[in-house]
Design a protein around this ligand. Sequence first.
Ligand code: SF4
Ligand code: SF4
Length: 395
Amino acid sequence: MKPESLEQFEKTGDRFLLDMAELEESGTKVAGLYCLFAPVEIVRAAGAIPVSLCGKKEKPIAEAERILPPNLCPLIKSSYGYAATDTCPYFSASDFLVGETTCDGKKKMYEFLGQIKPLHLMHLPYTTSEPHALHFWYEELLRLGRFVEEHTGIKIDREQLRSQIRVHNRMRSLVRKISSFQAAERIPLSGLDMMTVMESKSFFVHPDRYIDLLEKFVSELETIAASGYSPFEPGAPRILLTGCPVGRGSEKVLRLIEECGGAVVCMENCTGVKGLDPVDEEEEDPFLALARRYLQLPCSCMASNTGRLALLDRLIGEYSADGVVDLTWQCCHTYNIESRIVGDRIETKHSMPFLHIETDYSNSDTEQLRTRIEAFLEVARWKQSTGPAAQSGVR
Ligand code: SF4
Ligand code: SF4
């Protein structure tokens, strides 16, 4: 029993290209983005359409390694490989690119991308707590605004920017609501299907139509939830997935967890609920409101990244997680190192099983991972049967 409109989410990428083709004659520009730190509201306020260019497939990596060193994370190599081979239709459709100085690999890769298309690099302060960090980031947002204005020929009107903030807040609140259905005891959607829905938020041309689709999906989920249907067996361990971004093409670990009998109830990563907090609509200066909200993104490139721990604490409670899987793409130093901090928190504060997986986009380690995930889920099941919830009769 799948929601009828799920198919439309599976096709959002194709829909994006069709809608863009229709807009071609009007001169509408496309901005290719690589990271959650790029404020889409600014791009939209200048009349451009943002699209995510984050590489999630293995195919273009071999070509990327002709230029980039092989010991880089697969996300960076895949993103660059698509650009170098011109095999990604969203990259082809992009008139300009926006990058950020997040991790070292990405920021140096942008120097190569900038040789292919006009690229604006936003400089990120690596702390959220110092007052000068906010000031610096605010100036970076203004600088992004000027770049986008120059490439679209459209001046950003602050009222229009405020309107985009309201629209994106509405969109994010619906995505949050959709994700929250998975907090129920009977989980209405597989984690894989939920990933498809969540990923679609980076591929839409018309916000109003996308919001309509999200609203329709909410009501379909309400019906499924009321029926008590779930694609999972009762008692399937509820897993929270954190770490590096995933998506269609790089969903290996998520798929394995569910093939082994677990239920991925929440993704804390950038594809999931990270970055769904609202922007302050009351703040007089919309650039400042955006700077505040975007600077708080709990990414591992921040030092320190306490926001991620707080978010995990909250999500573990909200989604009644039985275990946490932390996914690190090979050679992603920031997430790799931070995994120890996250693991300590999960084991000490929540006393729940924690599994750190370091892998890439290939299938070479699939069976090895399957064995580790099966063992992890066994521990999660055992904890579930002996934990306080079981003893109180809740599960
Ligand atoms: S994990 Fe960090 S660097 Fe990567 S896309 Fe998310 S916010 Fe950007
Ligand atoms: S996964 Fe890690 S190394 Fe790769 S782009 Fe994101 S932050 Fe950088």
